[in-house]
Write a protein of this length. Structure first.
Length: 190
């Protein structure tokens, strides 16, 4: 695990294949927001941007006067069934909160990574962003694909290109801890 953030710039290339789950990075460059409806539209109508090395941010930002006001992550597991075609087309990074499922972990192997951003930090995210454009604006503010330029957004590698997953590791450790303490009284109880 790195101690200093690793600087990355989009479009991403093979450099992401050496990242490890838990690495701290700072991401700069263009990202594209996409939630459920945007994924469905891209699956039906095609991807409106070059997906090669692209990064998708699971987010429905608040936009006012052509400025990103808030841009907290959406729960990424909602996109588990919708992300595979983007990865197959060359998308190298996904950003969101809460991790993704086993299927996405497999789809990312040898191709890309999932970056985690902390929920509840929408204003912090927006402070690292500049609005550059929009696709599918008819879907509404939360579901449109917004083109956003990042300036050193702090992220953690949640799932690396080798299938290592900090969320799955935490779940396994929690289950082990629960089993080892199951049936034992809490300290201090009488």
């Amino acid at each position: 695990m790195s101690t200093q953030p690793i600087q990355l710039h989009t479009p991403l290339g093979v450099e992401v294949l050496v990242l490890k789950a838990g690495d701290h990075i700072e991401l700069s460059g263009i990202v594209y927001t996409a939630r459920d409806e945007a994924h469905l539209r891209m699956g039906e109508k095609g991807i409106p941007f070059d997906p090669d090395g692209a990064v998708i941010y699971h987010c429905g930002p608040v936009i006012h006067n052509d400025k990103v006001i808030a841009a907290g992550p959406t729960t990424s597991a909602r996109m588990n069934e919708l992300s595979g075609f983007l990865i197959d087309k060359g998308v190298r990074g996904l950003i969101g909160k809460g991790g993704m499922g086993e299927m996405v972990r497999g789809q990312l192997k040898g191709k890309g990574v999932y970056f985690a951003f902390t929920g509840g930090c929408a204003a912090l995210a927006a402070s690292h962003m500049a609005l550059k454009g929009v696709f599918y604006e008819d879907l509404g503010m939360a579901e449109a694909v917004w083109v956003i330029k990042l300036d050193r957004l702090p992220l953690v590698v949640g799932i690396d290109a080798h299938g290592n997953d900090i969320f799955e590791a935490a779940r396994i450790n929690a289950e082990k801890a629960f089993r080892s303490y199951s049936g034992k009284p809490c300290s201090g109880s009488q």
